[in-house]
Design a protein around this ligand. Sequence first.
Ligand SMILES: NC(=O)c1ccc[n+]([C@@H]2O[C@H](COP(=O)([O-])OP(=O)(O)OC[C@H]3O[C@@H](n4cnc5c(N)ncnc54)[C@H](OP(=O)(O)O)[C@@H]3O)[C@@H](O)[C@H]2O)c1
Length: 444
Amino acid sequence: MSAPAASPSDASFSPAIERALLGLDALAAQAVGLSDPNPRVACRLLLADGRVFEGHTQQAGGPHAEVMALRAAHAAGAVTQGATALVTLEPCSHHGRTPPCCDALIAAGIARVVVALQDPNPLVSGRGLARLRAAGVQVDVLPADHPLAVQTQELNIGFISRMVRGRPWVRLKMAASLDGTTALANGASQWITGPQARADGHAWRKRAGAVLTGIGTVEADDPKLDVRLVPTQRQPMRVVVDSRLALKPTAQLFNVPGPVLVYTTANPDDCNGTDGQSVAGLPQEPLQPLQGPGAARVGDMATRWQQLTDVGATVIRTPVSGPQQKTDLPALLADLARREVNELHLEVGHKLGGSFLREGLVDELLLYMAPRLLGPGAGLAHIGPFESLTQSLDWQFTDVSRVGADLRILARRAGGWPAADASHLATASSASDPATSARPAAAA
Ligand SMILES: NC(=O)c1ccc[n+]([C@@H]2O[C@H](COP(=O)([O-])OP(=O)(O)OC[C@H]3O[C@@H](n4cnc5c(N)ncnc54)[C@H](OP(=O)(O)O)[C@@H]3O)[C@@H](O)[C@H]2O)c1
């Protein structure tokens, strides 16, 4: 994402404004697990009489941060004329699910707006600032390297990714032993890490618009894929990548309320006209006959498709790609972005994880490493074998912390998106632990 242009007045803010900006990141983080697919935004109003009112984004279709702060002020009988509004993200200028926040600020007589980050949404970007300025409001944008600008970008990395790249921010979570084993040879993997690491993993699930797994993991572990070890006000969608529709309608993930998406490469023409969806741009030619392991499972495809839709799944046909004729993962990501998924949380085995990694589709690794040795089994991801060290997939650590008895390692792809902002990653770690944008909300 390119940094918003700084105006000459951006360079310095009074100590009073700098003090008033403190804690806005934590306030915005309270929208985690609530506001998706809308961004996580906070607003603080500094009134002429010294009183302060604030708010953060509510659920989609509900009030945005600016409106929450204005409502709090009006409910207290306060006069907002001449006030300063501090907002972590540029106020919206368009009619989305709610009316424009710019209009609400102008109508309330706000004299000055300080914005931490320009909205990446093409429907808004810069227009909100221009609209406020046209109404005579003084508008200042923080420098791109200001801690609050950096924290706002980190908190909304998925929203920004969807707006700028048309795909979610993809975070691959894995639990491994010190020697890199993620499952024993017999498939057992529960639990490699301790309870604190598992709860921390749920705080990261809570950030996501969808939690995705592969059919191999469903068959081995029968996971629910919901957020239950930390409080949340909304559940992410659950997604299963399952070319041959082997997913059973009795799977535990159907026992949890909320949408379940199943991406398959099966051809709906083989399914007697059941109402499966298909991702946009999908070629309509029939699939090649399936061969090898799994082909025997295809016989009753139409029945299984119907059974899955009967238990509430949305079955989506994706194109196939690669020599193995597997699910086309970029098409899947584009489809999830159309379904307004900002952050995608992968909890997959080494096969599907390997495909995401090989195709350069993972933006961030969230690796929990337990202080135990498990010997041979499934590794982190099915990549390689390489013949030279130069073929390695390279990452940069962005954070390493202890979570209970385990280590939590966060890493981002070296040279990955957002390239222009890669230099701020060290700042992001020191300015705010990346996990704290999930943790305060988790503890709420
Ligand atoms: N330690 C951890 O953090 C962790 C996390 C999750 C799972 N696990 C363990 O991992 C093991 C399961 O591993 P797994 O590799 O079989 O599971 P997986 O990666 O979750 O699922 C693999 C399956 O996904 C399907 N698939 C569809 N499109 C694909 C594509 N483009 N690339 C690759 N696969 C695609 C394939 O089956 P179809 O072709 O039939 O669709 C493939 O067999 C279990 O033992 C589980 O306990 C460990």
